[in-house]
Ligand binder design. Structure first.
Ligand code: NAI
Length: 340
């Protein structure tokens, strides 16, 4: 049995090797570790399982390149980079890391909120770049008493709600599967999406990327937000229509955005490879252009999909990843995901 790991960063490799060799010793499984993210560039026809991160596309073509493939494990919570339906049709098991410390992402969302609401990035950048201690243009606003709209009240959303309470914010939430009991116990209320958008000073997104959530923050939704409001996205880039966001920010119909995720962030990571990849679609090119416009805007903070990236979370992710592989090798897969 062979497991091929892709997109492995140096800080992951030593931990993975150690955990894998102790957990999998009894199975006699072997492992190969590669920094390559593109499965087609480094396909291993002997691999029974592949282990990837979010920037490896596991589609039909990738599956074709692994004739023995029986398991795909992703070192992430989101699995929208895997064609789960195609995997199911081929009898390939897909496992993810459903939970590794949702506080980690929620803490980062608040980092983005504070960076914008108190202009921390702008202030620090001014001091570093110019040495100036002038306060002009650096006045922010209090979170105390403001309303935060939490879209998606799953694991991460709940932590965001808890943290908002610490700041003395009012919380309004939207989720198609509301948990009224949790709302009553944690002092927040559910509302419709339109009401949430109209009432919130900060809107923070904590939903998976699905056909239903793709571009849920489109021009119409953005137009319902307050002109003074901030949009925070630490979920997936595709949930926001990037072109519409650029227009809303340029027209000042919203005040700012904190984005840990971008549509086509994979293309931004390696633009040369993106351009060389054949024929990029028009909408992909438009999204990349919009991403660049966002990165230049002073009222926008873009980070490179690092909300999950703490020492503690990384160890938990890798530990669950090896557990996923071990459980599958022992014939009882865990943390499996299916097409929604
Ligand atoms: P979860 O599955 O616990 O919660 C998601 C919630 O979204 C559920 O309550 C679900 O009912 C709700 N939801 C589904 N469709 C919705 C819709 N149309 N409108 C409003 N709510 C909807 O997921 P969790 O752990 O909270 O993670 C959320 C997402 O965060 C992940 O799917 C992943 O894409 C992203 N993420 C990003 C990370 C980063 O580093 N930036 C790290 C980890 C996760």
């Amino acid at each position: 049995m062979k497991i091929a790991f892709y997109g492995v960063r140096p800080e992951e490799e030593s931990y993975l090797k150690e955990r894998f060799s102790s957990a999998m010793a009894a199975t006699g499984a072997s492992a190969a570790y590669s920094a390559e993210r593109d499965l087609l560039k480094a396909a291993d026809p002997d691999a029974d399982a592949v282990c990837v991160f979010i920037d490896s596309l596991v589609d039909k073509a990738a599956m074709d390149a692994f004739p023995k493939l029986k398991l795909v494990v992703t070192r992430s919570t989101g699995y929208d980079h895997i064609d789960v339906g195609e995997a199911a049709a081929r009898g390939i098991v897909v496992s993810s890391v459903p939970s590794y410390g949702e506080n980690t992402v929620a803490e980062f969302a608040f980092g983005l909120i504070l960076a914008l609401s108190r202009k921390i990035y702008a202030a620090a950048d001014q001091v570093k770049e110019t040495g100036s201690f002038a306060m002009d243009g650096l006045r922010g606003f209090d979170l105390l008493g403001k309303t935060i709209g939490v879209v998606g009240t799953g694991r991460i959303g709940r932590h965001a709600i808890r943290m908002a309470g610490g700041f003395g914010m009012k919380v309004v939430a939207y989720d198609p599967s509301p948990d009224e009991k949790a709302a009553a116990g944690s002092g927040f209320r559910y509302a419709g999406m339109d009401e949430l958008l109209a009432a919130s000073d900060v809107v923070t997104l904590h939903v998976p990327l699905t056909k239903e959530t793709e571009h849920m923050m489109n021009a119409a939704a953005l137009a319902k937000m307050k002109p003074s409001a901030l949009l925070i996205n630490t979920s997936r880039g595709g949930i926001v229509d990037t072109g519409a966001l650029v227009q809303a920010l340029a027209a000042k119909t919203i005040a700012g955005a904190g984005l840990d995720v971008l549509e086509e962030e994979g293309a931004i990571k390696d633009e040369a490879a993106f351009l060389a990849s054949g024929h990029p679609k028009e909408e992909e090119l438009k999204a990349v252009l919009a991403d660049h416009a966002l990165m230049k805007m002073p009222n926008v903070i873009v980070t490179p999909h690092v909300a999950f990236n703490t020492d503690e979370a990384l160890r938990r992710i890798l530990s669950t990843t090896v557990d996923d592989i071990k459980a599958w090798a022992e014939g009882a897969p865990i943390n499996t995901v299916r097409a929604s």
